[in-house]
Design a protein. Structure first.
Length: 426
């Protein structure tokens, strides 16, 4: 059937579509999220032993989210309750609500905006700054950001940071909580024709000193670029970061992190390969120095295996760094269902011959299987199973028994309804 449009009809359609696009930018919406996850653990985070029994529990996260945007004001409020089923006695009134996000953003001009309040800092692929959405309690910051965006030139930058206090003191700024004292961020991104982009980030991380003899705040600086390319057939990611400054133990830092990934899509199947390198100490590292790279405040769950053996650097590698070479395969049979498997080969970046027990580099292989199903709008079901095939070196690093079968499984259901939505008329 052929349909012909005259100029008046086309003009009306254009005006209607323009009105809809403009209206979408000015809304008030109330939405929610209920996420429940059952987990079976036997070797999650650390190796099990012969006498270890599998653990099973059910956890949940419930959120109520308010989104507002009108003219020059944008705001988001996200209140949540996170709990493990049965973690408190009945008939006891225990406070459990948290403020996940509560921020407001003011448009200062066409290109500039000021964002302030409790917010998730998510930059690039979340290797250094992410929200860790896998966790029921995510990472939020009380921060201030000045943002610039030029859509015509496909360029943007952010600059800002945070300064933490445990209360409202009358004198001094001593901070005793296990958190950063101050955080500074500078980030920029440029997009190019042909689906290329380059971004760069610099992060100042100021921590309380762990030494009574040197009480001054210790600061480190992490900076580096990230290159991205993605089209219908290929995806490439290449990042390089350098870290310098002082640790909280007053050690001189000189550390690097490198990551590379390539992926090819063939119809409904994607195949990828990548490698991550995080530097660590050697037997010859000076006592006053550290070559351990800290990933700061990332979403490590999405990078170093689903069993979370490597979340905290340098603790999870005994300060010897990490090399993670991995393969990834994913098949998307429809818009509603996908299944995939990741294979990680873990090794220390450096051997450890400093103690009585020598630890070589090879740590083991992890296999992660994941299925993702969307039965209908606003509902998502994930089922995963992982196993760790560890070596004796992993046993020396993490403890437990490498000969024991180590596995982890989960089922997670997420429902994200929209309760109310109002579009402001122009």
């Amino acid at each position: 059937m052929n349909i012909k449009y005259n100029k008046a009809t086309l003009l009306i359609l254009f005006l209607l579509s323009s009105h809809i696009l403009l209206a979408q930018e000015n809304i008030f919406m109330v939405s929610g999220q209920y996420r429940v996850r059952g987990e079976l653990r036997h070797g999650f985070r650390t190796l099990a032993t012969d006498s270890s029994k599998a653990a099973f529990f059910i956890s949940q996260r419930a959120r109520l989210v308010f989104d507002y945007k009108k003219d020059k004001i944008t705001s988001k409020i996200s209140i949540q309750d996170s709990r493990t089923w049965g973690d408190e006695e009945q008939k006891k009134d225990l406070g459990g609500l948290q403020v996940n996000e509560l921020w407001i953003q003011l448009a200062l001009s066409k290109n500039y905006a000021l964002k302030m309040g409790r917010q998730e800092l998510i930059y690039d692929d979340q290797r250094l700054l992410g929200n860790l959405d896998w966790g029921n309690l995510t990472i939020s910051h009380d921060a201030l950001l000045l943002k610039y965006e030029n859509k015509d030139k496909h360029f943007q930058w952010h600059i800002g940071g945070a300064f933490n206090q445990s209360g409202e003191p009358l004198f001094g700024t001593k901070y005793t909580l296990k958190n950063y004292k101050a955080l500074g961020i500078a980030w920029l991104k440029k997009e190019f024709k042909g689906n290329h982009s380059v971004s760069g980030i610099a992060i100042l991380n100021a921590l309380n000193s762990a030494l009574a003899s040197s009480p001054a705040v210790k600061s480190s600086i992490t900076f580096g670029p990230l290159y991205n390319f993605q089209d219908n057939n290929w995806k490439f990611v290449l990042g390089a970061y350098y870290q310098t400054g002082k640790t909280e133990n007053n050690l001189d830092i000189s550390a690097v992190m490198l990551n590379a990934y390539a992926e090819k899509s063939i119809k409904k199947v994607s195949l990828g390969a990548g490698v991550d390198y995080l530097s660590g100490n050697t037997d010859h590292t000076k006592a006053t120095s550290s070559n351990n790279f800290s990933t700061l405040y990332p979403t490590n769950h999405k990078f170093y295996g689903s069993m979370d053996y490597f979340l905290s650097f340098p603790n999870d590698t005994r300060g010897r760094g990490l090399v993670d070479a991995y393969l990834r395969m994913k098949a998307k049979t429809s818009n509603r269902f996908s299944a995939g498997v990741d294979v990680h080969s873990f090794s220390l970046a450096n051997k450890d011959y400093s103690g009585m027990n020598q630890i070589k580099k090879g740590l083991g292989t992890e296999l992660d299987f994941l299925t993702d199903y969307i039965p209908f709008a606003d509902v998502n079901l994930q089922v995963g199973y992982s196993m760790m095939l560890a070596t004796g070196n992993m046993e020396a690093v993490k403890g437990g028994d490498s000969k024991t079968y180590n596995y982890w499984a989960f089922v997670m259901l997420k429902v994200s309804p929209v309760f109310f939505k109002h579009v402001f008329k122009n």
